[in-house]
Design a protein around this ligand. Structure first.
Ligand code: SAM
Length: 218
């Protein structure tokens, strides 16, 4: 998602209390210094306009949520929403997720959500895909031992690629569905994203997996 450049969006982000400006300085300190509690931290990478993460935060006030988005023009929409809702358990970071290990300490994150990630269809761009083995290695170093990655998309090619990466990267495929909205188990409590609503209304099935790291002996 890339909205037209919106004049002043960088300034709004810089002034907003809902964004964390120097996230590297919070590495290992998110609970203590940013949220001032001991609740779990869950992040969405590529949150777009933030609907999913803010709905999740409203439903789960005892969880801390951080939305990560690369583009100011998109993040601006999430900030505007948060100015209305004032959820105490949501913060945003404008950054490229390639640098995620600079921002979170080992084990600091309990769950990572990837929703409708950009497909990067050219082979030579595979390592930019958020469910690629290169990104799984980054997630490995910030996730808690029992932490999971949840990935949803309507893009079949991207999903097939992501499934292959799970195996190659040595993770466990804990749950998988090729039609989330018809899945009696995985659809329970499903919170829709903006893209999910748009593409499922066109009749596209939604694919989802939940993965975790292999423990010794598995
Ligand atoms: N998750 C939202 C949804 O499901 O409605 C938005 C999906 S949109 C297709 C993907 C978003 O991920 C875009 O807003 C894009 O800017 C962001 N994104 C892509 N690669 C990223 C990266 N490396 N770091 C941070 N954000 C990224």
């Amino acid at each position: 998602m890339r909205l037209r450049n919106i004049a002043g969006s960088r300034e709004v982000i810089a002034d907003s209390d809902f964004t964390v400006k120097d996230p590297n300085e919070k590495k290992g300190l998110w609970k203590k210094e940013v949220f001032c509690n001991d609740n779990r931290i869950r992040i969405e990478i590529g949150m777009g306009k933030g609907r999913f993460i803010m709905d999740m935060a409203a439903l789960n006030p005892d969880v801390n949520y951080i939305g990560i988005e690369k583009y100011s023009s998109v993040l601006l929409r999430a900030i505007q929403k948060q100015e209305q809702t004032l959820l105490p358990n949501v913060k945003f970071i404008r950054m490229d997720a390639e640098d995620i290990t600079e921002v979170f300490a080992p084990g600091e994150v309990d769950r990572i959500y990837l929703n409708f990630s950009d497909p990067w269809p050219k082979d030579r761009h595979a390592k930019r895909r958020l469910p690629s083995r290169q990104f799984l290695a980054r997630y490995d170093s910030i996730l808690a031992p029992e932490g999971v990655v949840e990935f949803k998309t309507d893009n079949r090619d991207l999903f097939m690629f992501a499934l292959e990466e799970v195996e190659s990267a040595g993770w466990n495929l804990d749950q998988v569905t090729y039609d989330l909205h018809s899945d009696p188990v995985m659809n329970v409590g499903n919170v829709m994203t903006e893209y999910e609503e748009r593409f499922s209304s066109l009749g596209n099935p939604i694919y989802k997996y939940i993965i975790s790291r292999k423990r010794k002996g598995e």
